[in-house]
Write a protein that binds this ligand. Structure first.
Ligand code: FAD
Length: 403
C-alpha cells in the first residue's frame, strides 16, 4: 500500500491530509508534528485567544477524532530529524519510516532576540505557537508595562490586546514607520493613529539596544539611549521559513524550499507547501506567510501527489484584527508607485488601493469588506479601474466589475 508522510502538523499539513482523503487516496497517511497539540489555527493566538475570548478547543482545525475516522496516523510531539531521499526514509524519535511520497509543511520559525542582548531572560516571548501564548497570557495584567519589539502585524495585534486589557504598552519599530515592510505609508498612518488613540506609545526609527534583569527582564535600553522599566517583552521581528530539514536532505532552497508550480521540490518524491515553500509567481517566485496560502497550496499538492496535474495560482489575501478594526488585504503590493484612498460608505471605513501606473496591484481595506471583496475580484480578474474612479466617492464599486 502506498504511504504518504507529511512532516509538519500545522495549517498546511492538516489541509493536505484532509484533501488526500476527499480526493480518494486510500493508501496509508502519516502526519507528523513536533507540537503536542493537534493541528490548530494560529491567527487567534495574537487576537481572540490571547484576549481570552476563545476556547482552546475552538483553535483546533478539526477534532482529534477526524484523524482516526479518516484513518490518518497523527503522530504528535514527534520531531523529524532527518530525511534520506535516496532510500525514501526519514527518522523520527530514533525510528526510521519509509515513504513513497513525502510532503514538507514545516512552516516557519520566529526570529528570537540574541541572548547577548537579553533574549534568554525570563519574561521575553515570541508569538508563534500555543505554548508561547499560554506562557505569556498570565503576564497580561492591567497596569503592567509591556514592551513590544517590532511593528508588524503580529506586534501590533499583541499591542491591541495588551491595550484593551489595560496594560501600559510601548512598541518600538526600528524602521521609519510601523508596517514599513508590508504596507503603504497611508496604512501605517492609519494604524499608528488607531493605536495612539488607545494609549499605545509607538516609537518609530527606534531599535532595542538590550534588555537587562536578574534572570528575568526588568529594563530595556533603546537605541536612542532611553531607559524603560518593563514587566515583560514581546518580540515580533519576523519569521524565517523552517528549511533546516529540507536543507540537510539536499533539497534546493530559494527563500524557502523551492518548488515548481505543482509544489514539487527538487526531489520528485518530495513536495512542500505553506510558509516554508517558495513557488513560481508571475515570472518570479514568492513565499507567502498566510492561512489562505497554506490551505490552497497544500490542497494543490495533495492533488498532484495523486497524479492530477494542477498548477498552484496564488491569490494572495490576508487579514488582521486590531481593536474594532478588521483590516482585509487582497493582492500583493510589491512595486506599487502610488496609493489611492477611498472613504467607505460606513463610518470609519476606508481603503487604500495600490497602483503601479494604471495597474491595480492590491487593496488594504479597513472595516470595509465591500472594498476588499470588489478589490480582490478586480485583481484576480486582472482588471484595473482608473484611479480617479476609485477615489470618487460617488462611484459604485460594484459597477467596476462589469466595466
Ligand atoms: P504552521 O501552521 O506553522 O505549521 C508548521 C508545523 O510544522 C508546526 O507545528 C511546526 O512545529 C511543525 N514542524 C516544523 N518542523 C518540524 C519537524 N522537523 N518535525 C515535526 N514537525 C515540524 N495568517 C493569516 O492569513 N491571517 C492572520 O491573521 C494571521 N495571523 C497570525 C498570527 C500569529 C500569531 C501567527 C503565528 C501567524 C499568523 N498568520 C496569519 C500566519 C499563518 O498562521 C501561517 O501562515 C500558517 O499557519 C502557515 O501554515 P503552515 O502549515 O505552513 O505552518
Amino acid at each position: 500500500m502506498s504511504h504518504i508522510i507529511v512532516v509538519g502538523a500545522g495549517q498546511a499539513g492538516a489541509s493536505l491530509v484532509a484533501k488526500l482523503r476527499t480526493e480518494g487516496f486510500d493508501g496509508k497517511i502519516t502526519l507528523i508534528g513536533e507540537e503536542t497539540a493537534p493541528p490548530y489555527q494560529r491567527p487567534p493566538l495574537s487576537k481572540a485567544y490571547l484576549m481570552g475570548e476563545m476556547e482552546l478547543s475552538r483553535l483546533y482545525l478539526r477534532p482529534e477524532s477526524f484523524y482516526t475516522d479518516q484513518n490518518i496516523s497523527l503522530r504528535l510531539g514527534a520531531h523529524v530529524d532527518s530525511i534520506d531521499p535516496a532510500n525514501k526514509t526519514l527518522t523520527v524519535n530514533g525510528e526510521t519510516l519509509a515513504y513513497d511520497q513525502l510532503a514538507l509543511t514545516t512552516g516557519s520559525t520566529p526570529r528570537h532576540l540574541p541572548a547577548a542582548i537579553g533574549g534568554a531572560l525570563g519574561g521575553v516571548y515570541v508569538v508563534r505557537g500555543l505554548t508561547d501564548v499560554d506562557a505569556m497570557a498570565p503576564e497580561f495584567e492591567a497596569g503592567r508595562h509591556v514592551l513590544i519589539v517590532g511593528g508588524g502585524y503580529i506586534g501590533l495585534e499583541a499591542a491591541a490586546v495588551a491595550a484593551k486589557k489595560g496594560l501600559k504598552v510601548t512598541l518600538v519599530e526600528m524602521a521609519d514607520r510601523i508596517l514599513q515592510r508590508v504596507a503603504s505609508p497611508e496604512t501605517s498612518d492609519y494604524f499608528r493613529a488607531l493605536h495612539t488613540s488607545h494609549g499605545v506609545k509607538i516609537l518609530e526609527a527606534t531599535g532595542l539596544k538590550h534588555l537587562t534583569g536578574e534572570g528575568r527582564v526588568t529594563a530595556a535600553e533603546l537605541s536612542d539611549g532611553t531607559q524603560l522599566a518593563v514587566d515583560f517583552v514581546i518580540i515580533g521581528v519576523g519569521i524565517a521559513p523552517a528549511t533546516a530539514l529540507a536543507e540537510s536532505a539536499g533539497l534546493t532552497l530559494d527563500n524557502g524550499i523551492m518548488t515548481d508550480a505543482q509544489g514539487r521540490t527538487s526531489d520528485p518524491n518530495i513536495w512542500a507547501a505553506g510558509d516554508c515553500a517558495s513557488a513560481p509567481y508571475r515570472g518570479t517566485r514568492i513565499r507567502l506567510e498566510s492561512v489562505p496560502n497554506a490551505i490552497d497550496q497544500a490542497e494543490v499538492v495533495a492533488q498532484n501527489m495523486m497524479g492530477k496535474d494542477v498548477n498552484y495560482i496564488a491569490k494572495p489575501w490576508f487579514w488582521s484584527d486590531q481593536y474594532d478594526v478588521k483590516l482585509q488585504i487582497a493582492g500583493l503590493n510589491t512595486g506599487y508607485d502610488h496609493i489611492v484612498t477611498r472613504k467607505g460608505d460606513k463610518e470609519g471605513a476606508v481603503s487604500f488601493w495600490y497602483y503601479k501606473g494604471q495597474t491595480l496591484l492590491a487593496v488594504d481595506a479597513a472595516n470595509d469588506p465591500r472594498a476588499y471583496m470588489i478589490g480582490k475580484r478586480l485583481i484576480e480578474a486582472g482588471k484595473s479601474p482608473k484611479p480617479e474612479e476609485i477615489s470618487n466617492p460617488v462611484t459604485d464599486l460594484k459597477s467596476l466589475m462589469t466595466a
